[in-house]
Design a protein around this ligand. Structure first.
Ligand SMILES: Cc1ncc(COP(=O)(O)O)c(C=O)c1O
Length: 389
């Protein structure tokens, strides 16, 4: 074990922090083919879990190739099973989460369903800076249902549904889910939360926050793999009440009766559409299982210290940030602001340091608690500072 050194801005200090990190062993659970690559984009696409390779191999060889269509006996309820695995990570109960389709599709479904529960309210509300898909879906559903869109959440008395990200994808700022859900509900509005940048890095507690509806992706901090399916959360009290706009056979009460009339299920399966991607769900299950094993409390604690460490280093190196300094108000990434952010990002990638660029001036550094080391943050920021000054 490396002893902590008095200089908090030395590389040895970063190594000491890694040596003391209770989650350090989880990095060995991932494929790291080139240890010289400093990966700071696990908040966009998480690294590849080793167990995903084994799981995909098993599902393809033993289940698809060998058992063929007989495997649908246990594939059929996989969206719900993976949902139940994920549920405790977001404070949901069993039977309240289902993993299927993409965040955009799931958001469209829940927003449509929620808007139909507030037929007399003419407005949908979204932040004008929220993630593009979220804004576009809100615009689309507003147009299709004869509503208008309001940017911002100050006035909610005529709002049918609020669509809101828990963690801002540009700054990592966290919204108080409990307080904002309560305020919206008190005004008579429903809320669909987008947990894409929160799931697998923050211990979001949907049920105790009173949240009823949420979506989010599994390919970022949950390490589900490229295009792994998203999740829909619907709290139990809305099961059997909320409808959805895409009437497919997977949400049909007696799916294989092939009946003439659509009769939706009364449970979370009501959100399903058509045949789920079993291979993609296999990746999601493997990734989610790692965060379950690590414990979301420990993951959140490391996210806070790792981002705090990055912010201290940025201050020391003269890099400006646009991420809250209060650890309770930030997610798992740190946004460095620079007028040449696009060029800096390209130059970092040339030097095998991988962050991402966000318009107009942000180099976004993702810190994924199961795979990012303190020394990665240290080394990456030295390169960034060298290019920025
Ligand atoms: C906050 C947020 N919402 C929605 C999406 C869209 O997700 P998908 O491409 O899975 O539909 C993303 C994708 O990164 C996101 O970050």
């Amino acid at each position: 074990m490396v002893e902590p050194t008095p200089d908090p801005f030395s590389r040895d200090h970063a190594l000491a922090l890694d040596a003391a990190d209770p989650l350090a062993r989880f990095r060995d659970e991932f494929v790291v083919p080139d240890p010289t690559v400093i990966y700071l984009d696990g908040n966009s696409l998480g690294r590849t879990p080793r167990r995903t390779l084994a799981a995909l191999d098993r599902v393809v060889r033993d289940e698809w190739a060998t058992q063929l269509i007989r495997s649908w006996d246990h594939w059929l309820d996989m969206p719900q099973r993976v949902g139940d695995l994920l549920a405790p990570l977001i404070g949901a109960g069993p039977g309240e989460v289902v993993v299927h389709d993409s965040t955009t599709v799931n958001l469209y479904q829940l927003l449509h369903g929620a808007a139909a529960m507030r037929p007399d309210r003419p407005v949908l509300a979204v932040d004008e800076h929220d993630f593009p898909s979220d804004r576009y879906v809100v615009d689309g559903v507003a147009g299709a249902t004869g509503r208008t869109v309001r940017h911002g959440f100050d006035r909610l008395d005529d709002v049918a549904v609020v669509v809101r990200s828990v963690v801002d994808y540009r700054t990592a700022e966290v919204v108080d889910v409990a307080a904002e859900t309560e305020r919206a509900h008190a005004a008579g509005a429903l809320v669909v939360w987008d947990l894409s940048h929160a799931a697998g890095v923050l211990a979001v507690d949907l049920r105790s926050a009173g949240a009823q509806l949420a979506v989010g992706c599994t390919y970022k901090f949950l390490n589900g793999g490229p295009g792994s399916p998203a999740f829909s959360y619907v709290s139990t009290e809305l099961h059997g009440v909320i409808g959805q706009p895409i009437w497919g056979w997977f949400s049909q009460r007696d799916q294989f009766a092939m009946g003439p009339v659509y009769e939706p299920r009364a449970d979370i399966g009501r959100m399903l559409i058509g045949t789920p991607s079993i291979l993609a769900l296999t990746g999601a299950e493997a990734g989610i299982s790692l965060t379950v094993e690590a414990g979301i409390g420990a993951v959140q604690a490391k996210a806070r210290t790792l981002t705090g460490y990055a912010i201290d280093l940025c201050d020391h190196l003269g890099l400006d940030i646009r991420t809250p300094r209060d650890p309770l108000r930030r997610g798992g990434h740190v946004s460095v602001v620079h007028p040449d952010a696009r060029r800096l990002t390209a130059e970092l990638i040339e030097r095998a340091v991988i962050p991402d660029f966000r318009e107009p001036d942000v180099v976004r550094l993702g810190m994924s608690p199961l795979t990012t080391r303190y020394v990665d943050v240290f080394d990456g920021l030295q390169v960034l500072a060298g290019l920025a000054h």
